[in-house]
Design a protein around this ligand. Structure first.
Ligand SMILES: [Zn+2]
Length: 257
């Protein structure tokens, strides 16, 4: 058994929760307290009824999320929202969320870990948001088709089908950038051109990014918003479990996107 306050203090310090800017609604940090003890910490990407039910079934007393509970303005606590919250209260489950602080973390970050999954070694940053560098970039000398195979295998392990813009025969990936989640946008494509990147690995992006990419000489691998953001919370709960000697688990709730 560990004290919620100790786990929160560790997470706040490790993730630099109060220092990293984010969208106001991200509300990083402890979002819901419990009575104070944690014996099992569960992780999930998103906050949903499925995730809350599963956390309760597993006897978790703390839930660590990448996308937390509050993404809209003040909303009445009725219907499904009431149901989710009442289950958390009744079962004494605390909720901690970490969005951008987790994306950019040098050890538990979604971007660093995705590079590792794909056998790539970051040497720089990529993708600015809220004045922070969120993603990673680096150099390589591999066939883009090889990278596509690795990304396909990663996606298969995370209930996702890889989508890519066209890849030419014997095309090479020499300068790549990674941004998990909604990583493809007009801004990140502009930045990729500035940095001379030829391959982007992202979670998802609007249709126009796939139209623009070939014109810009860039190949985009869309590995899934959900899939690319499973890595950080998984690594984080494993660390919390080891450090505090408590049980941990990851709750799969793929969105398909
Ligand atoms: Zn996200």
């Amino acid at each position: 058994m560990a004290a919620l306050a100790d786990i929160v203090a560790f997470l706040d310090a490790e993730l630099r929760t109060s220092e990293i800017p984010d969208y106001p609604a991200a509300m990083n940090g402890l979002q819901l307290a419990n009575r104070g003890d944690v014996s099992h910490v569960a992780a999930a990407v998103d906050f949903s009824a499925t995730v809350v039910h599963e956390a309760v079934t597993r006897g978790a007393s703390m839930l660590i999320l990448h996308h937390g509970m509050f993404w809209a303005d003040a909303t009445p606590i009725v219907g499904p929202r009431y149901h989710r919250l009442s289950l958390l209260f009744e079962n004494d489950v605390a909720v901690y969320a970490s969005h951008l602080p987790l994306d950019l973390h040098p050890r538990f970050g979604n971007n660093v870990l995705l590079a590792q999954e794909l056998g790539l070694t970051p040497s720089g940053g990529f993708a600015s948001s809220q004045g922070m560098v969120i993603g990673v970039s680096g150099s390589s000398d591999i066939l883009t088709a090889t990278l596509v195979e690795r990304a396909k295998a990663f996606c298969e392990r995370n209930a996702r089908h890889l989508v890519t813009t066209p890849v030419r025969a014997r095309q090479m990936t020499r300068r790549w950038g990674i941004c998990s989640g909604a990583g493809a946008s007009t801004d990140t494509l502009d930045e990729a051109v500035e940095l001379g990147l030829d391959t982007l690995i992202v979670g998802e992006g609007p249709h126009h990014t796939a139209v623009q990419a070939p014109d810009l000489g860039i190949t985009i691998l869309y590995a899934g918003h959900y899939a690319t953001e499973t890595l950080g919370v998984k690594a984080l709960v494993a660390e919390v479990a080891t450090r505090f000697g408590i049980a941990s688990s990851f709750i799969e709730a793929p969105t398909g996107l």
